[in-house]
Unconditional design. Structure first.
Ligand SMILES: [Zn+2]
Length: 108
C-alpha cells in the first residue's frame, strides 16, 4: 500500500496505532495520534430514572412517574448514540494509516 498523496506516493506507510505505540514515552505526538476516547456517561442514570419513575407511578404520583420514565428513556437514547459514535471513531482510528514520509493520514 502506498501513500495516497499525489505529491508523495511513498510505500513507507504504517498503521497509525502501531506508529503511535512506537513513539517514545512523553512524545507530544502520542497525544496527537491517540485513540479517540470512549464515550462518557453511563446507562446507570437512565436506568435509575426509569426505576424511580416506575416506583413513583406505582405509589400514586403517576404523572411525575411517567415524566421520570420518559426522561430516563430519552437520556438512555442519548447515551446510546454517544457510545455508538465513539465506537465508530475508535474503529476508524484502529484502521487508520499514516505515511512516514509526509505524515498524510487516511483510512483505506
Ligand atoms: Zn506520503
Amino acid at each position: 500500500m502506498n501513500c495516497p498523496s499525489p505529491r508523495c506516493g511513498s510505500s513507507n506507510v504504517q498503521l497509525l496505532s502501531h506508529y503511535r505505540d512506537s513513539l517514545p514515552p512523553g512524545s507530544k505526538l502520542r497525544d496527537t495520534y491517540a485513540e479517540p476516547a470512549a464515550a462518557e456517561g453511563s446507562y446507570l442514570l437512565a436506568v435509575g430514572l426509569v426505576i424511580l419513575g416506575i416506583v413513583a407511578a406505582a405509589s400514586g404520583t403517576v404523572l411525575a412517574g411517567l415524566a421520570a420514565i420518559a426522561a430516563g428513556l430519552g437520556w438512555g437514547a442519548v447515551i446510546h448514540r454517544r457510545v455508538e459514535d465513539a465506537d465508530r471513531a475508535r474503529a476508524a482510528w484502529g484502521n487508520r494509516r499514516i505515511c512516514l514520509a509526509c505524515t498524510e493520514q487516511w483510512t483505506p
